[in-house]
Design a protein around this ligand. Structure first.
Ligand code: PRP
Length: 228
């Protein structure tokens, strides 16, 4: 049987972008051969034939979609994407890398007390995460206008597109360089291991074995992993 249609293969979806390298590293640390992953240019699938694993590389935001519909069995996804996309997947494990937090931030010169008041006009909030932002402001009882952006969100307050932003902060450098400050922390985030609900039953033994190896590695190396 060709490896492309061998259903015994465990299909693992890796996100491109910031979480790609630490994800590759994690699987290598638990003994999986990712040689193919290091050679990739635009090749979006590669195999560990011995272990019968197929890796696919997805856009970070698409990753839970592949898992939800079962074309991939397990995947690594940022906590931000998981929260925003609300896909029906089962969360297996907090992987402890890719740590960041979802925050509300606004220009430094704004007076603290007035952050959520804008003299009658509805506050404009720019974000890549409209669901998370909507839930946050709804819970606070604050009526805002959300402006969906696809990146460089920190630009929006500078050019008058928005009063504030909801975005992830990792080192804090982007906020600092764009003269923004955190006015509230919504939630801490990190990379998560997720699984398709049916795969978890049909490929239970293989997934559990892999999960145990990853758990063991994380418990031994948690300090090191946090730096990835
Ligand atoms: C993310 C995020 C912030 C930045 C935070 O953007 O949306 O802009 O990283 O990182 P820092 O706190 O370490 O500065 P990303 O780099 O993914 O680019 P984007 O704005 O184009 O989405």
């Amino acid at each position: 049987m060709s490896r492309e249609i061998n259903t015994n293969y465990l299909v693992i979806a890796l996100p491109s972008g910031k979480l790609f390298k630490p994800s590759i590293r994690l699987f290598e640390e638990v003994g999986i051969d990712l040689k193919g992953g290091k050679e990739i240019n635009r090749k979006l699938a590669f195999f560990d034939q011995e272990e019968e694993i197929k890796f696919v590389i997805t856009r970070p935001k698409d990753n839970p979609t592949y898992i939800e519909c079962g074309v991939a069995d397990i995947g690594i996804v940022g906590g931000d994407v998981l929260l925003e996309e609300k896909k029906d997947v089962y969360k297996l494990l907090d992987l402890k890398f890719g740590k960041c937090k979802m925050v509300v931030a606004a220009p430094k010169e704004r007076e603290q007390k007035k952050y959520y008041k804008n003299n009658g006009h509805r506050l404009k909030v720019a974000t890549k995460y409209p669901r998370i932002a909507a839930d946050y402001f709804k819970e606070k009882g604050i009526y805002v206008e959300l402006i969906k952006l696809y990146g460089s969100v920190e630009l929006a307050p500078q050019v008058g597109l928005a009063d504030m932003i909801v975005d992830i902060v990792s080192t804090g450098r982007t906020l600092e360089e764009n003269k923004l400050e955190i006015i509230d922390e919504i939630i801490p985030l990190s990379a998560q291991l997720i699984v398709n609900r049916i795969s978890y039953k049909t490929k239970h033994k293989r997934i559990t074995r892999l999960l145990q190896n990853i758990k063991k590695f994380i418990s031994l190396e948690s300090d090191k992993i946090a730096e990835w």
